[in-house]
Write a protein that binds this ligand. Structure first.
Ligand code: GLU
Length: 491
């Protein structure tokens, strides 16, 4: 059975690029009716962050990428936390020691540092000089008995070629004379990543390793371990780097990389998944919108490209707005309420839910074509939820719109009030627009001479929805009251 895995080290939040790794592993497993597994690689105790495991599991669930097996839903290949598998690594290191394929190294970190410095000064590749590789059995036993701290290293075979090519066309050819005798067990008796990943991928029957291309240079080391054990090597796919639009590498320092940031702005899950699926994978069609089912059906490791893929927040906004526009208003409204209740409780409880649902839905519907993500809602709609509108005389005057003095403003606002009073609520914006145009012409004014002051009176802002949109949502009566109030304040 095809088996894939996501094998994070719990050190921080889930990065957006890790989410892509999870997604590709998930899609490939589901497409092949296989299994997708979660394994926590927590052997580097210096970087270990406890909360990040729960966070990781919760992010996977939130994104509907729940693993078939993992620490929260164990099956027959556990434990799924490497720190709980230490006896397993011990068993396999003993096999290598017995077969003389690994050796104890008693070199202190000071000696290794010095060695590295010397090699750097001489511009030589930095490598362990194999000082302990040729210790006699007796010497080793003596040192062990005396309690010398040690690591265990792989006895890398001499002069063998390692060639590997993955599904993304990464190809590496290396001779073992250029490969370091890597440490397999550290002095704290935890395995290194390189050792644990090979043992676990083998014991957990992982058939396809899909991971970030940072691991390409390490893969020959992994292959040497597979050879030492006479195990089958899994099929590798290394995913391209993610870059910001300015070609800088995605990192904590260069921008928002934690998935949380995007959840907190409440991008729709389906939009994020759709967008990141296309970062590095080419579905070979001009179509861009894919549901999860379609992604599973179409996903193909052969169509992953090697070149770095650009993560562009504007493009993510585009995907999200596409999903918002095509959502049914009832579903969208429920999601908006969930979002506000979770992330902006104060606004939700004290303001939003005090207005009736019809009004709120009308606002959302008007905004549906303009909203990039839900976190913009409050800011874009503040004029609808307050009666404290500033009287902005400075904004009313607008020579570009032929409004040179306040008398034009007053005339415009009076005309607006009159139109609203003489008509019951309009059933559509178009109907209202036609009425306004007709009345404005009758009064020998220009459209903007009326609509600009109306908009400033209704919002007190320079950037806001257009006057007719505001009036339509507020209803005629509320809109005229607002305008009257401002009119009274004008000198
Ligand atoms: N623990 C490694 C990481 O977090 C996993 C690499 C792999 O998938 O082999 O990058």
């Amino acid at each position: 059975m095809i088996t894939t895995r996501f094998a994070p080290s719990p050190t921080w939040y889930v990065h957006i690029w890790s989410l892509r790794t999870v997604l590709y592993n998930y899609l490939f497993a589901k497409k092949n009716k296989g299994k997708f597994m979660l394994r926590i690689e927590d052997t580097d105790r210096t970087r270990y962050v406890e909360w990040s495991i729960d966070n990781m599991i919760s992010v996977l669930n939130t994104f509907w990428l729940t693993p078939d097996e993992g620490p929260n839903n164990p099956w027959d290949k556990g434990p799924y936390m490497q720190s709980e598998r230490l006896d397993i690594y011990q068993k396999y290191i003993n096999i290598l020691l017995e077969k003389d394929l690994a050796y104890y190294c008693f070199c202190s970190s000071e000696r290794l540092d010095e060695l590295r410095k010397e090699q750097e000064e001489l511009k030589l590749p930095t490598k362990y000089d194999q000082a302990c590789r040729y210790l006699t059995k007796e010497e080793v036993e003596e040192k062990l008995k005396a309690g010398h701290p040690y690591t265990i290293r792989l006895k890398v075979p001499k002069n063998e070629n390692v060639v590997f090519e993955d599904m993304v066309k990464w190809k590496i050819e290396i001779n073992t004379k250029d490969v370091d005798d890597q440490v397999l067990i550290k002095s704290d008796s935890f395995p290194t990543y390189h050792f644990a990943v090979v043992v676990d991928d083998h014991l957990m029957w992982v058939t396809h390793v899909i991971r970030w291309d940072e691991w390409v240079p390490s893969t020959p080391k992994h292959i040497l371990l597979y050879r030492a054990f006479w195990w089958d090597v899994p099929v590798y796919s290394h995913l391209p780097l993610l870059l910001w639009i300015d070609k800088k590498k995605l990192s904590k320092r260069t921008g928002d990389v934690a998935c949380e940031v995007y959840l907190e702005k409440w991008y729709l899950i389906e939009a994020i998944l759709n967008y990141i699926a296309l970062l590095g994978w080419n579905p070979k069609t001009t179509e861009e919108i894919f549901s999860m089912e379609e992604l599973i059906e179409k996903f193909d490791l052969e169509q992953i490209h090697k070149a770095g893929a650009v993560f562009d927040v504007e493009k993510l906004n585009w995907f999200n707005s596409k999903y918002i526009v095509s959502s049914n208003i009832e579903t969208l409204y429920t999601k908006l309420c969930d979002y506000l209740a979770k992330y902006d409780k104060d606004f939700y409880e004290n303001i939003f839910s005090k207005f009736d649902e019809v009004y709120n839905k009308k606002i959302l519907k008007e905004l549906q074509t303009r909203l990039n993500y839900f976190a913009e809602f409050k800011d874009l709609t503040k004029f609808f939820y307050t009666e404290n509108i500033a009287c902005r005389e400075d904004l009313f005057i607008n020579p570009k719109m032929k409004i040179e003095d306040i008398s034009v403003v007053k005339k415009a606002l009076n005309l607006t009030i009159e139109i609203l009073k003489n008509n019951s609520d309009f059933s559509s914006i178009d109907e209202m627009k036609n009425k306004f145009i007709e009345e404005i012409q009758k009064n020998e004014m220009k459209n903007w001479q009326v609509l600009w002051p109306a908009r400033v009176a209704l919002t007190g802002e320079e950037f806001s929805p257009w006057a007719l949109e505001m009036i339509y949502i507020l209803w005629n009566k509320k809109a005229s009251l607002r305008i009257e109030k401002i009119l009274n304040l004008l000198k």
